[in-house]
Design a protein around this ligand. Structure first.
Ligand code: NDP
Length: 247
């Protein structure tokens, strides 16, 4: 029996579940969020990004969104659902990253990490989930971090704590909303080549597979979790780290 070629288009699995659906990607103006928005659009979803800046993008709606501001979240969610239709795919991606020795972490800096990475995800999910419940269908994908599992390499206390919190939030949503057709999963990436980690130095040597992750690596996993194929996956935290953390 011939061995099938995974590159053979006839053998390729085409992800479904995007036609007629609206996706909102927070922090989608660059990095993982932008690539995710493009991937979901390629698969047939109507896609909006929400970010502090609003770049002009082909075939992707761009709305102003500050995830830390309840009024901004309400306005952005209302605009996207009015202009694109009710949201059934939500990617909680907006985030900020700080490396600071613990004793120099100010309350302001701590609060900023929690506000964007944790409270921002809460505010966006709380604003969107009612629309999903009404549709009897939803996909919430939260971008956590391996730092939320390990505490991070040194000097990441606020970031690690915020990411642990947001991954627990994803699990909590999963159990509460499973009966409503809504799945909620988190990713725990490590060292994805985006502007966020531009200043960290030589990184690829730390990754067992020998390279950094790419935004496309992450976007492809998000697309699978957002598809119809992933309906039996909920409450999971999925590592995507090139073998950096095996536990
Ligand atoms: P980027 O810094 O490239 O993108 C983050 C985006 O979030 C930016 O567009 C940023 O906007 C936006 N953002 C920040 N604050 C807010 C806010 N208050 N409201 C709305 N948008 C906001 O980072 P990545 O693409 O690398 O990161 C995406 C997610 O992945 C983050 O949650 C990050 O923590 C996580 N992650 C990334 C890893 C990596 O190695 N890159 C590893 C593990 C997790 P602006 O530029 O205007 O500030």
């Amino acid at each position: 029996m011939p061995v099938s070629d995974p590159t053979d288009e006839e053998e390729a699995v085409e992800l479904t579940g995007f036609a007629g659906r609206t996706a909102l990607v927070t922090g989608g103006s660059r990095g993982i969020g932008l690539r995710t928005a493009q991937r979901l659009q390629e698969l047939g979803a109507t896609v909006a990004i929400g970010d502090l800046v609003t770049p002009e993008l082909d075939d992707i709606r761009s709305v102003r969104l500050d995830v830390t501001d309840e009024v901004s979240v309400a306005a952005a969610v209302a605009q996207v659902s009015r202009e694109c239709g009710p949201i059934s795919i939500l990617v909680l991606n907006a985030g900020i990253f700080r490396v600071e020795p613990f004793e120099t972490v100010t309350l302001e800096s701590w609060n900023a990490a929690i506000a964007v990475n944790l409270t921002g995800a809460f505010l966006c999910a709380r604003a969107v989930v009612p629309q999903m419940r009404e549709q009897g269908y939803g996909r919430v994908i939260t971008i956590g971090s391996s730092a939320g599992i390990t505490g991070g390499s040194k000097s990441m206390a606020a970031y690690a704590a915020s990411k642990a919190g947001v991954m627990a939030l994803a699990k909590s949503l999963a159990s509460e909303y499973a009966p409503h057709g809504i799945t909620s999963n988190a990713l725990a990436p490590t060292l994805i080549e985006t502007p966020m980690i531009a200043d960290i130095g030589d990184l690829a040597s730390r990754i067992p597979v020998g390279r950094l992750g790419t935004p496309t690596d992450v976007a492809d996993l998000i697309a699978f979790l957002a598809s119809e194929h992933a309906g039996y996956i909920t409450g999971a935290v999925i590592d995507i780290n090139g073998g950096f953390l095996i536990h």
